[in-house]
Design a binder for this molecule. Sequence first.
Ligand code: UDP
Ligand code: MG
Length: 340
Amino acid sequence: MQSQQPAVIFPDSAQVLYLVVPCYNEEAVLAETTRQLTDKLRGMIEQGLISPLSRILYVNDGSKDNTWGLIRQFYDANPLVLGLSLSRNRGHQNALLAGLMTAKEHADMVISLDADLQDDIGVIDQFVKKYYEGCDVVYGVRSSRKTDTFFKRFTAQSFYKLMSGLGVDVVYNHADYRLMSRRALNELQNFKEVNLFLRGIVPLIGFKSDVVEYERHNRFAGESKYPLKKMLSFAFDGITSFSVKPIRFITTLGIVIFTISIVMLLYFFIVYLCGKTVAGWTSIVVSVWAIGGLQLLAIGIIGEYIGKIYMESKARPKFIIDEFLDDAGKAQTGGDKSCK
Ligand code: UDP
Ligand code: MG
């Protein structure tokens, strides 16, 4: 019976796919991105792979340039484009979440991708096929990091290694290019944490998942919205939001250092009893500095976690939607370009 891989089973009626695209100051790329994504969606709709109700949902993350103006224009002119605008800039992860939570009300499956189309949209078909095969989460994984600078490649890979070393379940070389079913998104909604690190949370949801490999391109216009400072704070957040191992490490270090100091104490006591004079105060001063430094480090790390608890206890909303250009509005205005 089971001689071959089971064929892909498409449901009788094709399902609704939403592409969620967070945008922060992306006016340089939006026109081209819209063109490519529209072609892609149209093609898939024509093939009967996805429903004609499928859409591109842009999330404007408080851009300071004309990004929202452009999204409005596309919304008016292009039946496949919808727009969501946040009240202010809340960062990539929160913008993405706003998009996902809005999209899941209308879609059966949602794919998140960056506005610069660095992630190869050619593999979207494969994502959708895996969804039809029963996967609730499909991760896009970079097959290589050739297009990255040495620095980015090195820091990113060290980050993944560190994360898995700390016991955090992240998918290697996977950013935020992924498909999630409505079922998985409904579960995602139950993760109430304020310090949002989606790459760490999504594997915690569970359900059947799979991986699709792709080649990542260079940004075709505009510049990266992730400067080194943001990247470091993102990595640090990722670690402290998912692992308490740094705290345990500090505790262990404290025990080891304390034991060493007891041994030293005994040793110097014996030396003293033997009548030898103490060699000097350098060692004492050095150890005072060393211990002082370690204590500061320890307090700092503990403070980091307490800061997190403080933020979580406030349970502030992660995003506030200012405006939603939805399908209903489209039907009413019928492509009318007048300002609201
Ligand atoms: N982004 C966002 N809010 C921010 C920063 C970035 O919505 O505060 C979006 C950005 O528009 C892009 C995606 O997040 O669609 C990834 O950013 P970028 O491509 O600059 O990051 P990189 O690919 O360089 O890591
Ligand atoms: Mg990018």
